[in-house]
Design a protein around this ligand. Structure first.
Ligand SMILES: [Zn+2]
Length: 194
């Protein structure tokens, strides 16, 4: 049975690498894939970039993208093995429902990869919807400096201070995020330093 999957983690846990590997595995077996990423950076083009240096071509989605119509068109032209979505935390609630329809109506598996929470520990809207609607929830793990599982990420300002407020979305700047366990997340917020 096709499923809607949500692979979630904190920052810098290898989500994009896992997505590109999954896409490669399908294509190697002759199953075409459709890869999406969020169109946050107008100058960035549409591609999935992993921190270990591999990248792949992707379609961009915006808040206005009709994902069901786009995927149905692509699937009609050539049967898809699966659809993969990077930066899935930026999906709207309606888009997550559209992806559920892709699974249930078109019979195409959809694999979403995204952050669970932002630098304040708040759920992203897309992630909240996916936690509610996905058939399968899979945590991708990375570790804190103390060796515990990192489930949160602090955002560090250029002066080295830990940010407690600010925009949820910042373009680029992955190096500003430090994945930490919950204990060290709370300690960093209280101390103002990582
Ligand atoms: Zn820790």
């Amino acid at each position: 049975m096709p499923k809607l999957y949500f692979y979630y983690s904190t920052m810098n846990a290898g989500k994009s690498t896992a997505l590109l590997q999954a896409s490669h595995n399908h294509r190697e077996r002759g199953l075409p894939t459709l890869v999406y990423t969020a169109a946050l950076d107008p100058a960035g083009g549409a591609a999935v970039h992993s921190r270990i240096g591999i990248s792949g071509v992707a379609r961009a989605f915006t808040a206005d993208s009709d994902l069901y119509a786009e995927i149905a068109d692509a699937h009609g032209a050539r049967a898809l093995g699966c659809v993969l979505i990077d930066e899935a935390q930026f999906l709207s609630v309606a888009q997550v429902r559209a992806l559920a329809r892709v699974v249930d109506t078109l019979g195409v598996p959809v694999l979403c990869y995204g952050l669970r929470t932002d630098f304040r520990g708040e759920l992203f809207a897309g992630s909240a919807a996916l936690l509610g609607w996905a058939d399968s929830l899979i945590e991708l793990k990375t570790i804190c400096h103390c060796g515990r599982k990192a489930t949160m990420a602090v955002r560090i300002a250029p002066d080295g201070a830990v940010e407690r407020v600010g925009a949820q979305i910042e373009i680029g700047g992955n190096e500003r995020y430090l994945p930490v366990c919950r204990r060290h997340f709370l300690a960093a917020l209280e101390a103002g330093r990582p």
